[in-house]
Design a protein around this ligand. Structure first.
Ligand SMILES: C[S@@+](CC[C@H](N)C(=O)[O-])C[C@H]1O[C@@H](n2cnc3c(N)ncnc32)[C@H](O)[C@@H]1O
Length: 252
């Protein structure tokens, strides 16, 4: 099953950008952001970081405040407008464009792409290009960090094309699968107090960790580390997502 949905520029429009930041809670909670920023700062070392799909600067703003120079690449002008309310162009420069192909000036020790966003590229070819673009920005020993969920196909019984992955008062999240094309559409239903629902949908191409490693290899990276979260929890067969660190060889 596959519904037609908008692309990233329609999904990350002014309305979504306006609602994106939830200071102090959800993906903006200190317990989420503090370990993320600590890990990325450690991996950047004394160098600069480049965030693919920087969005409103959820991670880039605290990482820059932590002393790491951060540049971004981003497709959505409204998301960058929200970032600009928090950091100016001199503090966090952003190049507008597609993270699979756009080149940002500068030298970087770290490129990172978090919050499942590599899956917004809907073909394997674009996802491989994204790895190649990360490598293009790095010198020998440079790192590319990806945060991505593990596809939940074990929850999809034969003959069924949808799973409910989150249910709480006021919110229902369900995914519809096209397993032939390795695609999933996430449907987010938000209910107001009158019972009216707002539906946000986003299409993704899901990637198994092993396929991700092969994409990395095609771009010249080696897997340096994989954990279940930003604090370094062990990645197991029950882990729902992973933080994977890829590294270019020290010798060019
Ligand atoms: C889930 S948000 C993540 C934003 C930010 N990295 C964060 O962690 O909060 C996804 C972002 O990816 C951007 N995006 C999607 N596809 C993109 C592409 N091909 N190139 C650049 N940005 C893209 C969207 O505009 C949106 O800002």
């Amino acid at each position: 099953m596959q519904e037609e949905t908008d692309g990233p520029q329609q999904i990350y429009d002014a309305d979504t950008a306006q609602r994106y930041d939830t200071p102090g809670t959800g993906m903006f909670a200190p317990e989420v952001l503090a370990p993320t920023v600590e890990r990325l700062a450690g991996l950047a070392g004394d160098g600069a970081a480049l965030e693919f799909a920087i969005g409103t600067g959820r991670v880039a703003v605290p990482l820059a405040a932590r002393g790491v120079p951060v540049t971004g690449i981003e497709l959505s002008p409204p998301m960058v407008a929200r970032l600009r309310a928090k950091a100016d162009e001199a503090t966090i420069p952003v190049v507008m464009g597609d993270m699979a192909t756009t080149v940002a000036p500068g030298a970087y020790t770290l490129v990172y792409l978090v919050y499942n966003t590599i899956s917004n590229l809907l073909t394997q070819a674009e996802q491989v290009e994204c790895f190649r673009n990360a490598a293009r920005h790095l010198g020998p020993g440079g790192r590319f960090v990806i945060e991505l969920w593990v596809p939940e196909l074990r929850k999809l019984p034969p003959g069924q094309a949808a799973t409910v992955w989150h249910s709480e008062p006021g919110y229902l999240g369900l995914d519809t699968y096209d397993v032939l094309r390795q695609r999933v559409v996430s449907h987010h239903f938000h209910f107001d107090e009158t019972g009216q629902a707002r539906l946000d949908r986003s299409p993704h191409r899901y990637i198994w960790p092993a396929e991700l490693d092969l994409m990395a290899q095609l771009a010249g990276f080696e897997l340096e580390a994989r954990h279940a979260d930003w604090s370094g929890a062990e990645f197991t067969d029950e882990s729902r997502s992973h933080v994977s660190v890829y590294r270019l060889p020290q010798q060019a």
